[in-house]
Design a protein around this ligand. Structure first.
Ligand SMILES: C[S@@+](CC[C@H](N)C(=O)[O-])C[C@H]1O[C@@H](n2cnc3c(N)ncnc32)[C@H](O)[C@@H]1O
Length: 328
């Protein structure tokens, strides 16, 4: 067996947003090298040793997974390839973009990695999830450690196709699964940009008391819930002191990122909210500058969730918050 560490980091881009990843890697440290659908770069995803809840903060945002300890290994047979990976750890997700038949034979010899839909609440497992691909029929490119705990950064939930008025709630579920925490019964949540109400539905289902704000109407079934209060209002004119102390601020407003940042700064300065989940929606070209400002806020991180589209998610959780998600 002939294995060798690979210098740099391997990025799996967000499908459809490859150019965003190439742009940010190029700006930060030079053009990445492409390997099929993957990119090898000398720019690390982590720019600060500070970690939030053990999760490194990142500065390269537009990827669904980053391989942190890549290595190459030459192998003579499918069995040898599988044993190279198995001897390191149990969990490996394949990220093939060629040599599919040979890759499938290797996968058959590895312990199965479940990609089944997860019920919510569900917390990401703590055991490491590796990733691998084939550079040619006799060379593996693999990494036992990756930024995402999900196979190739992907997570699917068992959906409720009846009750929520939009599918946007899947973003919130994914954010809670990643941070290992979610609103508890009777905690106060502000849902900014709530219409038609997928996030409000998700929060109310957890037993939280939700104040939903939007200029557009909220779904009628949610309005009827005693735990939901709706304010038809421009959210940016709502001041923290108008709302008072809350446990979670969840924001999915469509707006230019600097507008959101300005509003969030007021909330942080007020000290009235402990936990935040906010989507940063790109209007046309990605706004790297504001994204970096969000990522630089203490105790927080910005990432592209599997359920995000042309947007990123800023997560900020109070460090003394106990995890309340069930483990798998
Ligand atoms: C992507 S949708 C939110 C979807 C919602 N999270 C859900 O789960 O159904 C964005 C919302 O932001 C609202 N919005 C945009 N600008 C706003 C503003 N200044 N004040 C209040 N709401 C605003 C829009 O009316 C729209 O309903």
């Amino acid at each position: 067996m002939n294995t060798a560490p690979v210098k740099g980091w391997v990025y799996q881009p967000v499908p459809g947003f490859e150019s965003h990843l190439v742009q940010e890697l190029t700006e930060l440290g030079g053009a990445p090298q492409s390997y099929g659908s993957l990119y090898l770069s000398e720019t690390p995803p982590v720019i600060s040793a500070r970690a939030s809840h053990g999760v490194p903060r990142t500065m390269v945002f537009w990827h669904q997974n980053c391989w942190l300890e890549p290595f190459r290994a030459e192998f003579a047979s499918v069995s040898e390839a599988a044993s190279i990976l198995r001897d390191i750890q149990r969990n490996w997700a394949s990220a093939l973009s060629a040599h599919y038949r040979r890759g499938a034979l290797i996968t058959e010899k590895l312990p199965p990695v479940s990609t089944k839909r997860r019920p919510f609440p569900w917390r990401a497992p703590e055991s490491p999830m590796g990733a691998w691909t084939l550079l040619d029929t006799h060379t593996l490119l693999a990494s036992p450690r990756c930024t995402s705990p999900f196979p190739n950064g992907t997570i699917e939930f068992e959906e409720d196709k009846i009750h929520p008025p939009s599918r946007a709630y899947l973003k919130l579920w994914e954010a809670f699964a990643l941070i290992g925490s979610m609103p508890r019964k009777n905690e106060r949540c502000l849902d900014a940009g709530a219409s038609p109400g997928g996030w409000t539905w998700a929060l109310a289902t957890l037993g939280a008391a939700v104040t939903a704000v939007d200029r557009a109407p909220l779904d009628g079934t949610l309005l009827a819930l005693p735990t939901v209060t709706f304010l038809k209002h421009d959210v940016f004119t709502v001041k923290p002191e108008d709302i008072g102390r809350i446990d979670w601020l969840c924001c999915d407003v469509i707006c230019y990122p600097p507008r959101l940042y300005e509003w969030i700064e007021k909330w942080l300065a007020s000290g009235l909210c402990a936990n935040f989940v906010c989507t940063i929606k790109m209007q046309g070209a990605p706004d790297f500058e504001t994204t970096r400002r969000f990522a630089a806020l203490p105790e927080s991180r910005v990432l592209h969730l599997y359920h995000n589209k042309h947007e990123l998610t800023w997560l900020y959780t109070s460090s003394n918050r106990a995890n309340v998600m069930p483990n798998t």
